[in-house]
Structures are given as structure tokens and as C-alpha cells.
Design a protein around this ligand. Structure first.
Ligand SMILES: Cc1ncc(COP(=O)(O)O)c(C=O)c1O
Length: 367
């Protein structure tokens, strides 16, 4: 399938293939240079095609949040899957058992109850399911505090149907920083907490082999913290306004844009796009409406000020650019992952031509 850009209907998600390839290679090179494993989180692209490309470039497996995402990756032949999310309840445990028939699966968790369910499953299958204890290094989501790691780790290690292989964190607190220096500091701090925690657990007799960390904002720094064994960035494949604001991406490294059309200019100070919250999501940069709902390339002084489901309302008063009905614009999303989640396909663009498409097969897998 080849077609001119102007033949693609809007709103559409377009991938600049050269930029994406550069992003993928850069992270693969960083992991190789630092001597750590790369296990990208597929939450950003949700596409087995792109996951396989990451593996081709050196990733040794993928990270997912949900069993439904893992199923899509396993169906595409991906053999090494880490579910960085607690698996709770008999339905999910039964699905995990089926998934484990076709892939090596490990699971992260932060409490004894979840580990006990996994251990019972492991025992019934005659296997030890690899688990990682999740540590809270500052995000305050799932995760135990470092002092809790030794006592809980000791309890987990005694369970017969699981193998406590390591510890894992998501240092998403780095996204609260507004400078590259801040993000680097957050990365070093999280890395040190993790390495120290692993050492304390080993000193208590626990066989901790993996120290898994890393997001797009921190990977370039935390990969080099001695003792870290794995990084799991996700957003780096495309980047977005969030990553630009932290200082780890630029307009030039953003590989996915939403193409939208001006469908109405009802007043001097207002124009309407055919992309609303159903396309761009309602994610605001840093939660603040002052930055709008995405960045329109070439129009830095035009704000996507409001969204309804099908309409993006542009505020023109500070700029008065000459828009025309029918004109197309390119938007870098604030947060690219949920934008991809709303699309069926992403178009692959090279030299202004569409060269194919990838299906977002793992979209909407909330279970
Ligand atoms: C557990 C976990 N690992 C890795 C990532 C990837 O982080 P990023 O998308 O910032 O690169 C995420 C993102 O939410 C995550 O939740």
C-alpha cells in the first residue's frame, strides 16, 4: 500500500519511520553500551510489529501491563514477556496459565497475597513462576518501601511455586521534573535506591539476580548506575510533548503525529479541528490547561484550548495565523500512549509517502 500524504483521511496517526528507527536504535545502543538488558514497555505502540522490530534491534523481551496485551505479543511469537502489574483473581490466573504455555512470563507484585495466588498456580503446573518485588522509589503507585523489601522478600522466597528473581521499579516521578538535570538526578536517586535495596536483600540471603528500572525520561542515566540489570522504556519509540518538557526529546525526535483537518473557522478568534478527545485524549501537559491538548507543528502560538469528543477548538487570538477550511495540521500529542490506544492503525510514512500501516492490535486490552 503506497499513497500520498494528502490521500490519507483525517484524523490519522502517522509515524515518521526514519525518526522512529533512530529512536529505537538509540535506546538499543544505550542498553548495549551500558551492558544492561532492554525490555521495552509496549504500552506506547501496542503493536506486535513494532515489538518484533525492537527485538530485532536487541531487546531481549517485552514489558506489558495486562494479560490481554501479553496474549497479543505471544500470538506474534514473542517468547519473553514481563507483566509489570499484579495478577489478581482466579480468572486472570487461569489466563496466565494459558499464556505460560507459549511464552516465558514473569510478574511483578508488591504483596504476599498476590504472590500466594501465583505460587498456588506454579505448584499446580509443577513450575516456579518468576516474580519481581516492586519497589516504590518515589512515584507512590504500586510498590513497597525499601525497608519493607527484606522482610517481604524473605516471605516470598519461601513460597514453593514462585521464584523471586529480582526487584523492579517504575521511576515515573522523573516526569514531574521540568529539566533534564532534574530528570537525571531523579534517575540516579532511583537507581541508587534499587541497587542498595538489592544489596540488602542479598545480604539477607535472597538470590536477587535482576534489578529492573527505566523509563524514557530516566533510561539514558539510570542504565549506567552500577548494579542495574535491565531498562524498560516505552515512550521513546515515538516521544511526545511530555518528554519534550522533561528535556529528553525534541520536536525532531517526535516520531508520531496526529494529522487533523480544519473543518470550520466560525469566528476570528476560533478554528475547529476534526480531532477531539476521541483522538487526542484529554491529557494535559502537567495537568495544566494553559498548555492545551497537544502541540501543532509550525503554530507554536496557537493553542488547542478545548476539546469535545469530535472537536478540537483552537484559540487564535494571540496569533491570527491564516488557516483555511480544509487545511491539514500535524499535532504532537501531549501523552502519546493513550492516543495510540484510541486508534485502530498507524500509518508508516517515509519521504512524504505512506508505505503501509501497522495495526494497534493490543489497544483497549484493559484486562
Ligand atoms: C512499569 C512500567 N515500566 C516501564 C514504563 C515505561 O515508561 P515510559 O513510557 O515513560 O518510557 C512504564 C510506563 O508507564 C511502566 O508503568
Amino acid at each position: 500500500m503506497r499513497s500520498e500524504l494528502s490521500h490519507l483521511d483525517t484524523p490519522s496517526l502517522l509515524i515518521d519511520v526514519d525518526r522512529m528507527e533512530r529512536n529505537l536504535k538509540e535506546m538499543a545502543d544505550i542498553a548495549a553500551d551500558a551492558g544492561v538488558a532492554l525490555r521495552p514497555h509496549i504500552k506506547t505502540h501496542k503493536s506486535p510489529t513494532l515489538a518484533l522490530r525492537q527485538i530485532e534491534l536487541g531487546a531481549h523481551g517485552v514489558t506489558v501491563a495486562k494479560i490481554g496485551e501479553a496474549d497479543v505479543m505471544a500470538d506474534a511469537g514473542i517468547k519473553n514477556i514481563r507483566i509489570a502489574y499484579p495478577i489478581v483473581g482466579p480468572e486472570k490466573l487461569a489466563r496466565l496459565a494459558r499464556l505460560m504455555e507459549s511464552a516465558e512470563v514473569s510478574v511483578s507484585l508488591d504483596n504476599f497475597e498476590v504472590a500466594r495466588g501465583l505460587s498456588q498456580l506454579g505448584e499446580s503446573l509443577g513450575k516456579k513462576i518468576p516474580i519481581l518485588l516492586k519497589i516504590n522509589t518515589g512515584l507512590a503507585r504500586v510498590g513497597v518501601t525499601p525497608p519493607e523489601a527484606v522482610p517481604l522478600g524473605t516471605q516470598l522466597a519461601a513460597l514453593p511455586g514462585v521464584d523471586l528473581v529480582g526487584i523492579l521499579t517504575h521511576e515515573g516521578q522523573a516526569m514531574r521534573e521540568h529539566s533534564l538535570e532534574g530528570a537525571k538526578r531523579a534517575a540516579r536517586e532511583a537507581g541508587k535506591i534499587m541497587v542498595d535495596t538489592a544489596e540488602q536483600m542479598r545480604a539477607a540471603g535472597l538470590n536477587i539476580r535482576e534489578v529492573s528500572v527505566g523509563s524514557t525520561a530516566t533510561a539514558r542515566e539510570i542504565a549506567y548506575v552500577r548494579g542495574v540489570t535491565e531498562i524498560r522504556p516505552g515512550t521513546y519509540v515515538f516521544n511526545d510533548v511530555n518528554e519534550i518538557s522533561v528535556g529528553v526529546a525534541s520536536e525532531e525526535t517526535c516520531a508520531l503525529t496526529v494529522h487533523a483537518t480544519i473543518v470550520s473557522i466560525p469566528a476570528d478568534d476560533r478554528a475547529i479541528l476534526d480531532a477531539g478527545s476521541k483522538t487526542l485524549t484529554s491529557d494535559l501537559l502537567g495537568g495544566s490547561p494553559s498548555n492545551g491538548y497537544g502541540f501543532i507543528k509550525g503554530y507554536s502560538n496557537v493553542k488547542i484550548a478545548r476539546l469535545t469528543e469530535e472537536h478540537g477548538i483552537l484559540e487564535l487570538q494571540h496569533a491570527k495565523p491564516t488557516f483555511e477550511v480544509g487545511q491539514r495540521v500535524e499535532i504532537i500529542p501531549n501523552h502519546v500512549c493513550p492516543v495510540v490506544n484510541l486508534a485502530d492503525v498507524m500509518y508508516l510514512m517515509k519521504n512524504g509517502e505512506c508505505q503501509g500501516q501497522v495495526e494497534v492490535l493490543a489497544r483497549g486490552k484493559s484486562r
